[in-house]
Design a protein around this ligand. Structure first.
Ligand code: PEP
Ligand code: MN
Length: 338
């Protein structure tokens, strides 16, 4: 349930409500807005309903939320969450243009891609060091060596870096280097991994699972936020359907559906959604028009020789043209590229 405090409610009044919730073993997560404070309460529904919270001083009203997720819901936090990554904002009118190779392969490949992203006005650099590959015989990523190359690319370009974490055992090195930790589609319901991500002080980019409903995706985000980390960025990356013309089916409707249901920023990843470089621009534009807070795309200096996802990557030359079109559209919708 969500407890909405009156305008001007005091800290003592908020503390009192939290104490009353504590009496029935429930926990309250406080969200302080410009005007009102909202408390998201998690605990036994019956016991919480029995508490006379509306009679507590400073309480305006108590709203029962029927949806299974609470902390990521708009009811709990009506304003858009804006996530700051080393000064680069995502959400609330700031559109992130995140690009880079699928996998970090070597210094030259990564630096060429990173410079292209920087020169074209990109916001952050992506690149995988730990790769979730469908085949155990495919390139699995450079691991920690890849993270070091990413840090060097950040050093030169100033771009914050986004990289995937697949296993809680790799949390330490990933935490040491990454600015944003990506949780891939295949791990969206790896609940232990999600809970670990909830305990860290780094933004988490949570991709939608290959066959996850929007509700399951938001519940996965709830796992992270419940542990205390409120900085979650969602990413629609296509879902499995009967269609074979594209690698996955880009669910553009997920963007406004999620934005109505949740305060978290939402990105689109048309590279994995379609598997086809010629579709990356039109679907990035569609995502931005639908309200996306950013795009995550793959670019490689030489897609033909890429060790993973070359077939869907934009060449770095094509990326410059792509980025220019994204900048134009973002301005046209009245937002700015962060
Ligand atoms: C990736 O971003 O390279 C990736 C593996 O994405 P996904 O988890 O969406 O398949
Ligand atoms: Mn990829």
């Amino acid at each position: 349930m969500v407890i909405i405090m009156q305008e001007g409610a005091t800290e003592e009044e908020v503390a009192h409500v939290l104490a009353r919730l504590g009496e029935v073993g429930a926990t309250g997560h406080v969200s302080t807005g410009d005007r009102v404070t909202v408390i998201g309460a998690i605990g036994d529904r019956e016991e919480m309903t029995a508490l006379p919270l509306e009679a507590c001083p400073g309480v305006d009203r108590v709203v029962a939320i029927l949806k299974p997720y609470k902390l990521v819901s708009r009811e709990f936090h009506p304003a858009d969450t804006v996530i700051d990554v080393r000064g680069v904002k995502v959400g609330g009118g700031h559109v992130a243009l995140i690009a880079g190779p699928c996998s970090i392969e070597n210094e030259e490949q990564l630096m060429t891609a990173a410079r292209a992203v920087r020169q074209s006005g990109g916001s952050m650099l992506r690149g995988g060091a730990f790769k979730p590959r469908s085949s155990p015989y495919s390139f699995q990523g450079l691991g920690v060596e890849g993270l070091r190359l990413m840090a060097a690319a950040r050093e030169e370009t100033g771009l914050p870096i986004v990289t995937e974490l697949m296993d809680p055992r790799d949390l330490e090195p990933v935490l040491e280097y990454a600015d944003v930790i990506q949780i891939g589609a295949r791990n969206m319901q790896n609940f232990q991994l999600l809970s670990e991500c909830g305990k860290v002080d780094k933004p988490i980019l949570l991709k939608r699972g290959l066959s996850a409903t929007i509700e399951e995706w938001l519940m996965a985000a709830e796992y992270i936020v419940k542990e205390g980390n409120r900085r979650v960025i969602l990413c629609e990356r296509g879902i499995r359907t009967f269609e074979t013309a594209t690698r996955n089916t880009f669910d553009v409707s997920a963007v406004p559906v999620v934005k109505l249901a949740s305060h978290l920023p939402v990105l689109v990843d048309p590279s994995h959604a379609t598997g086809r470089p010629e579709l990356v621009l039109p679907l990035s534009l569609a995502g931005i028009v639908a309200g996306a807070d950013g795009v995550l795309v793959e670019t490689h200096p030489n897609p033909e020789h890429a060790l993973s996802d070359g077939a869907q990557s934009l060449s770095t030359a094509a990326f410059a043209e792509y980025a220019a079109r994204v900048h134009e559209l973002v301005a046209w919708v009245g937002k700015r590229v962060s």
